[in-house]
Design a protein around this ligand. Structure first.
Ligand code: NCD
Length: 312
């Protein structure tokens, strides 16, 4: 595999392989010196055109734990501010010979375009409303770690599905792994065409809450909403928020997940976030091991013959 642009690039077997590798890198991350030489001499460039805390830091830590070099790129301090196009920026960075470009952009499809402009491997770190494959992978890994498997689990994804690249990638990954997914949202925050999605739909969190293994909350993405799709945040919380009263009706052992950043008290009540079945910090921790697995899969097999083998 050369690029990771979509969860579909992996399929069910690929997701299994990432999780197996992530088990190994979780063990590496627990060592006193959490570092292996697997990607020594490789360079990973970060191309983040949109804000990020966990995804960007997680990729940087993952690359460093594999002994790769990291090229940082902050849009706010780059020539993008002087009007340079994405294509010219990619050409410039590619001329420095990175092995991988980790790309986040506000428009869907940009990582796919970038893959056509560079010889490096491209990893989609979130493109518009479209996909965020490494988030879905770390979520699969977290569910397997806590519940033993994704297969057969009933997963409720609640919130702003329409604007969520996380929801799209998670639906693909969870269903590929054999979970039953129910999307819960106000009608205005569902995508217009859902016919091809392998999911059930509900407008009521109360109706599905007591019968699931995972409640996966999504951030209300005010910055992506061009029109008023919600009457108010208070009303959102009253109907679709995971309040303490609703959390008390979940199965004991059912997980509370969220990709972060969370609007405390809007999508999930603060006291629910502090409960042991809330996995937000574990998701972040697993994100490092899963991204190590992805970088290793894409860059680990060295296509260049080694000099000593050349001479043999
Ligand atoms: C998400 C994103 O940026 O797509 N965050 C993340 O990467 N963990 C979700 C969000 O912004 O709501």
């Amino acid at each position: 595999m050369k690029h990771l642009l979509s969860i579909n690039d992996l399929g069910a077997e690929g997701i299994d392989e990432v999780c197996r590798l992530a088990d190994h890198f979780t063990e590496v991350s627990q060592r006193p010196i959490p570092k292996v030489p697997a990607l020594r001499g490789k360079t990973v460039a970060m191309l983040f055109y949109e804000d990020s805390t966990r995804t960007r830091l997680s990729f940087e830590v993952a690359a460093r734990r594999l002994s790769a070099d990291v090229m940082g790129f902050g849009v706010s301090s780059s020539s993008v501010n002087k009007g340079e196009s994405v294509r010219d920026t990619v050409n410039t960075i590619s001329a420095m010979g990175p092995d991988a470009l980790v790309v986040r952009h506000r428009s869907a499809g940009v990582p796919h375009q970038v893959a056509g402009w560079t010889n490096a491997s491209v990893i989609n770190a979130g493109d518009g409303w479209h996909e965020h494959p490494t988030q879905a992978l770390l979520d699969c890994y977290t569910i397997r770690d806590r519940l033993g498997s994704v297969a057969g689990r009933r997963i409720v994804i609640v919130g702003d599905i329409k604007h969520s690249r996380v929801a799209r990638s998670c639906v693909m990954a969870f269903t590929a792994q054999g979970a039953k997914v129910t999307l819960v949202a106000p009608p205005t925050l569902l995508p217009p065409a859902l016919d091809s999605w392998p999911v059930d739909i509900s407008f009521s969190l109360d109706a599905v809450l007591s019968d699931c293994d995972v409640v996966y909350g999504l951030r209300v993405q005010m910055e992506r909403q061009s029109e008023a799709l919600l009457p108010s945040l208070r009303e959102y919380t009253a109907r679709w928020g995971l309040t303490a009263a609703r959390a008390a009706r979940m199965n004991p052992g059912a997980l509370v997940m969220h990709p972060g950043p969370v609007n405390r008290g809007v999508e999930i009540a603060p006291e629910v976030l502090d409960r042991p079945n809330a996995t937000l910090n574990e998701q972040v921790r697993h994100g490092v091991a899963v991204r190590m697995a992805i970088l290793y899969l894409l860059l680990g097999a060295d296509p260049q013959p080694r000099p000593e083998r050349d001479q043999a």
